[in-house]
Design a protein around this ligand. Structure first.
Ligand SMILES: Cc1ncc(COP(=O)(O)O)c(C=O)c1O
Length: 391
């Protein structure tokens, strides 16, 4: 018997939902899938040809690695932020192959085995795996919903320990769609700055804002009070997850930033994971991505309006969202989320995600992707309504 590390639970059991999906697939049944969040699968006019042309324009495929990423590619990322009124110097930018890689680099940068990272709940379900893969403990802190999602600062503060090495903020958060509010930003920077705990701010959905005025300026880019790392990437900003390019923007006191960048450079130099073609076409891909983004923004609004209108006057409701790609639907607690999702699947042929998948702390919620093809989204919502009227 070979010995594997114990940093992860390798034998994740199949739950009743994944078993029901597998059975339907075996029977060749087509699902109304409201969970697809891959832009290459949901856009009819996906710019395959434009991407091909951008790649064809690259004349020089020489391998000239730069551990932080090619300067021209980092400058293109800087220009992307400048167009949004945010000043970012190429020297503050580190390119990575994905946001997941960005997390793993920062966990390596700050943590020894057994150290702790504070993560929001509910949120992106990958944190526990990403932390576990670095032998780091993901310690949850609560977001609370009271018509709007906010950080529970008492809970956050109570989770800080001697082992805390960073706090993760996701803004807008997946799936709650909540942005870090301006007053939360100040409080967070002060709380963490005093304790020298760096902030990791996942801002991959920042372009998808449904409520711009209230949350303007909530990026941690440019914050000076505390060492902060903001994430972005082609995956969401350009709708191009297949290109495998993301970035980290480092902000904070100048000498601390320099020290963090030089350490990150040592780490990225061991991997050099971002491909040359994507770096050479970063500027063009971001330009093409601007249009993808606009199409997605429009779709998100259309689907969100459809969901709200359809569920109006039913026992379900859509929670308020400020941005991102997801909508959370509250369904009556007459049965558990697992039962809701299984009944939707078996009786209505509709696939949604249960709230517990995102660590929602109470029941019962289901989560849908707002970038779903509208006709499919509409069919799915009508069927959710049918089930809601039966309960
Ligand atoms: C909050 C959040 N961060 C990051 C990602 C993934 O980004 P990437 O494709 O760059 O790894 C996701 C994917 O859905 C996400 O929800």
């Amino acid at each position: 018997m070979y010995r594997y590390s114990s940093r992860l639970r390798w034998d994740l059991p199949q739950n009743s939902i994944s078993r029901a999906i597998a059975a339907k697939k075996t029977r060749g049944e087509r699902l109304i899938d409201l969970t697809v969040s891959n832009p290459t699968e949901v856009l009819n006019n996906y710019p395959h040809e434009e991407i091909r042309r951008a790649l064809c324009q690259v004349a020089d495929f020489a391998y000239q690695p730069d551990a932080l990423g090619h300067l021209a590619a980092r400058e293109a990322v800087g220009a992307y932020y400048r167009a949004r009124g945010i000043s970012v110097d190429a020297g503050q930018i580190v390119l990575t192959a994905s946001t997941s890689e960005a997390y793993s680099l920062l966990f390596k940068l700050f943590c020894d085995p057994g150290d702790e990272i504070l993560i929001p709940v509910p949120s992106y379900p990958l944190f526990e795996f990403l932390a576990g893969a670095e032998s780091v403990r993901a310690v949850p802190y609560r977001l609370v919903y009271d018509g709007v999602w906010c950080i529970d600062f008492d809970d956050l503060e109570s989770r800080i320990s001697e082992q805390t090495r960073a706090v993760v903020i996701v803004s807008p958060n997946n799936p709650t769609g909540s942005f870090l509010k301006l007053r939360e930003r100040e409080r967070l920077l002060e709380l963490m700055g005093d304790r020298k705990i760096p902030c990791i701010s996942d801002e991959v959905f920042a372009d998808y804002c449904l409520d711009r005025t209230e949350n303007a300026g909530t990026s941690l880019i440019g914050s000076t009070g505390n060492l902060s790392f903001s994430f972005g990437g082609l995956s969401k900003s350009a709708g191009m997850p297949q290109m495998k390019a993301a970035w980290i923007i480092i902000s904070g006191p100048e000498d601390e930033c320099r020290s963090a960048v030089s350490r990150l450079e040592l780490l990225t130099d061991s991997f050099l994971s971002v491909g040359t073609p994507v770096q050479r076409t970063m500027r063009e891909l971001l330009q093409i991505g601007d249009e993808v983004q606009q199409v997605l923004q429009q779709r998100i609004r259309t689907n969100l309006d459809y969901a709200k209108n359809t569920l109006h006057d039913t026992a379900g409701s859509v929670l308020r969202t400020e941005g991102g790609w997801s909508a959370i639907i509250r369904v009556p607690q007459v049965c558990s989320e697992e039962v809701w999702v299984t009944r939707l699947l078996n009786e209505q042929n509709v696939l949604v995600q249960p709230g517990y998948f995102f660590d929602m702390r109470s029941e019962a919620y289901v989560v849908t992707s707002l970038i779903t093809i509208p006709e499919i989204f509409e069919q799915g919502l009508e069927r959710i309504k049918v089930l809601l009227t039966q309960c």
